[in-house]
Write a protein that binds this ligand. Structure first.
Ligand SMILES: [Zn+2]
Length: 388
């Protein structure tokens, strides 16, 4: 038993638990809406709270460049700055700087990159990634890692895994120095923040093993699985998740980074994952795609022009209890700002409600029948669509 995490129920490899963070308790398995630039796009914090979001994600790369982590520290940290009192997780910025491709240079020390905003040069190292997140004052900060592109040869992946392990040690040392008071010139808005390590290794199981062994040896408060949902087929991802999650400590939360579709969430909980984040619900909402129990609705389709049903007749969100597909299609076609808000409210509710269903099913010991029913309805929709 530790103070960070308690598993309250198990059903197969699926776990129901409670995560205790400086800004509150999070019920797991949990989905974390993504608030890249200190805002979840299209919705207010009040709406997020009423949707039942218990933790959101902020993005280190974007906040470091604008408005700057030092400004946010002077404003009392990210919680104060954005007016959100519940837990926040910040990523390390690694994923974004590696995706800059031709505007970054990797060395043993870290990554030098050019800002996508004004071309100015910046350096991100395992130490500075910790310092930036300490100034932001998130509840959970992530270690700085190298995320190699998929597919990668075993040699390329091995180099990335080994460098990431060296960076893991440096990032952990920095965190412990902040915690012990050995470093005093970095303001910390949330002194009790916890640090997650990240397992890399692409789709090579032996490289995943190597990364697990090394990262556990460094020793973090909990662990995440990174480097998936980058283009590999879903069954491959599920195999890597099952293989990796089984090797992570039983008494710590396991976080699958940047994933995924509703089906991915259900399938990954079945393989022992407790935490998720993804831009899909909000990004797809702005593109007019609505997730439902029977698959995705593309609201611009002409067939919805006079459809007076709600997007998902079984959904209890604000959008579904007040508006029809015909109205939402009209807003989308007219480019009304409200279109993004109403669609985002529904999609976020669908994701968060799917997680509530998952948690309840694990508590009652019928997660497997929940899972099969969920997958069958998503699959039936896909087949119907292909037959049209
Ligand atoms: Zn709805």
């Amino acid at each position: 038993m530790n103070s960070l995490f308690t598993v309250t129920h198990r059903d197969g490899a699926a776990r129901r638990g409670q995560l205790r963070l400086p800004h509150g308790i999070v019920e797991t398995p949990v989905f974390m809406p993504v608030g890249t630039r200190a805002a979840v796009k299209g919705v207010t914090n009040e709406q997020l709270e009423s949707l039942g979001a218990e933790i959101i994600l902020g993005n280190t790369y974007h906040l470091h460049l604008r408005p700057g982590d030092e400004l946010i520290a002077r404003a009392g940290g990210l919680h104060n700055f954005m007016g959100w009192s519940r837990p926040i997780l910040t990523d390390s910025g690694g994923y974004q700087v590696f995706s800059l491709a031709d505007r970054r240079k990797i060395s043993e020390d870290g990554v030098v990159f050019r800002s996508h905003l004004d071309g100015s040069a910046h350096t991100l190292t395992p130490e500075s990634a910790v310092d930036i997140q300490a100034r932001l004052g998130s509840d959970i900060l992530m270690m700085f890692d190298e995320c190699p592109p998929w597919p990668g040869t075993e040699d390329v992946i091995r180099d990335a895994v080994d460098r990431t392990l060296r960076w893991a040690q440096r990032g952990r040392d920095r965190m412990l120095a902040l915690r012990s008071g050995a470093v005093t010139d970095v303001p910390r808005a949330t002194p009790d923040q916890v640090q997650f390590g990240i397992i890399q290794g692409g789709t090579h199981l032996a490289m995943r093993d190597r990364s697990v062994k090394g990262t556990l040896a460094v020793g973090f408060d909990a662990y995440a699985i990174g480097g998936l949902s980058v283009g590999e087929p879903a069954p491959t991802m599920y195999d890597v998740v099952a293989h990796t999650a089984a090797q992570l400590p039983e008494d710590r939360p396991r976080y699958l980074m940047g994933t995924g579709t509703p089906t991915d969430l259900v399938e990954s909980v079945a393989r022992g994952i407790d935490m998720f984040d993804c831009v899909l619900p909000t990004r797809n909402a702005r593109n007019g795609q609505l997730f439902t129990r029977d698959g995705v609705i593309v609201i611009k389709n002409a067939r919805y022009a006079e459809d007076l049903l709600p997007p998902d007749p079984e959904c209890s969100c604000y959008t579904c209890t007040h508006h029809s597909r015909a109205y939402l299609r009209h807003l989308f076609m007219s480019g009304e700002i409200t279109s993004a808000t109403l669609n985002s409210l529904h999609n976020l509710h669908f994701y968060l409600d799917t997680m509530r269903g998952i948690r309840k099913a694990i508590e009652f010991g019928n997660f497997d029948s929940f899972r099969l029913d969920f997958l069958r309805r998503q699959e039936t929709f896909r087949q119907k669509k292909e037959a049209q």
